[in-house]
Design a protein around this ligand. Structure first.
Ligand code: MG
Length: 300
């Protein structure tokens, strides 16, 4: 099962669910569920991030809600038939925390060593770009690279989280492309400056298309991942090759920062990182999570 955030033909934010039988309008299904169960005061669910924040986001809950409604009415007219206008799975995370050099072969391709402890940096939330969006490359910034990554969406607030409890804080998984202005990053590194600009420009964090609930994906550390540019494979790896796995990352970062529901954790990229240029079409695929597509355009 996969969930997604989308805009209806009337530009209303909604939640969709992809099931074996097509895509369903879950925002409307939830309204019927509230009527049937006589929960008039339960909140409306137009946003996937709200569903995560309310701790309603799981395959089990979604299936139960759909099953209750299906007993009372046909779901046929709740299928989404229009082309889907995707939004990012979360729209307003408090932070996007990223990992540097979390795959050995990627660290090696840039002549870097693997750090002894996780190396964190952040992207700003305004860099988010939905599925089928366009990464905009500002004139004069030089080489810009793709970095395919598994993204973890946090499901509940926590700090000082123990590694053994860390997976309870995961709401689900999606795909990210950690777009990087490489020449700017290297110039900043050489001067001891932070990476904020080279990692955080508008459109530099394509995310989506789906949010797959944690209880629908039992093993996030054995997923094949592949990135193509104009149909040619550039990156091909497996999440099993992460140096620091998700529980260790959550434990480390939550020592210093409180994680909030909807926060995004990018877990690092495998080898094969290379430039993208205006006119390119990029496809990022991870087993069970679908394919995140975006174009690349020149910006003034
Ligand atoms: Mg990265």
């Amino acid at each position: 099962m996969k969930a997604f955030a989308y805009l209806t033909s009337k530009n209303e934010p909604h939640i969709g669910i992809e099931t074996g039988q097509g895509c369903l309008n879950f925002t409307q299904i939830w309204r019927y569920f509230k009527e049937i169960k006589n929960f008039p005061n339960a909140p409306d669910l137009p946003f996937l991030q709200l569903m995560v924040e309310l701790n309603y986001f799981s395959q089990e809950t979604i299936e139960q809600v759909i099953a209750v409604v299906e007993e009372y009415r046909d779901l046929k007219d709740l299928r989404i038939t229009d082309p889907i206008h995707f939004q990012t799975p979360v729209a307003r995370p408090t932070k996007i925390i990223c990992l540097g050099r979390n795959y050995r072969a990627h660290a090696a391709e840039f002549n870097n060593t693997v750090p002894e402890a996780p190396m964190f940096f952040a992207k700003v939330p305004s860099s988010l770009l939905p599925h089928q969006g366009a990464v905009r490359i500002i004139d004069g910034i030089g080489r810009v690279d793709h970095e395919l990554e598994l993204a973890v969406i946090i499901g509940k607030r926590g700090s000082g989280i123990a590694e053994s409890a860390a997976m309870e804080y995961v709401a689900g998984y999606t795909i990210a492309n950690d777009i990087t202005a490489r020449e700017m990053q290297r110039a900043d590194q050489a001067k001891g400056r932070p990476w904020t600009l080279s990692k955080g420009m508008d459109t530099f964090c394509p995310l989506g298309p789906y949010l797959v609930p944690a209880d629908a994906l039992q093993e996030p550390h054995n997923l094949e991942m592949k990135l193509t540019v104009n149909g040619k494979v550039r990156q091909s790896g497996n999440t099993g090759a992460m140096v620091f796995q998700i529980p260790a990352l959550i434990a480390h970062i939550s020592k210093y920062m409180t994680l909030e529901p909807g926060d995004v954790l990018l877990t690092g990229t495998p080898e094969g990182v290379a430039p993208i240029v205006p006119g390119d079409t990029v496809a990022c695929t991870i087993d069970g999570l679908g394919t995140l597509l975006h174009s690349v355009v020149q910006a003034a």
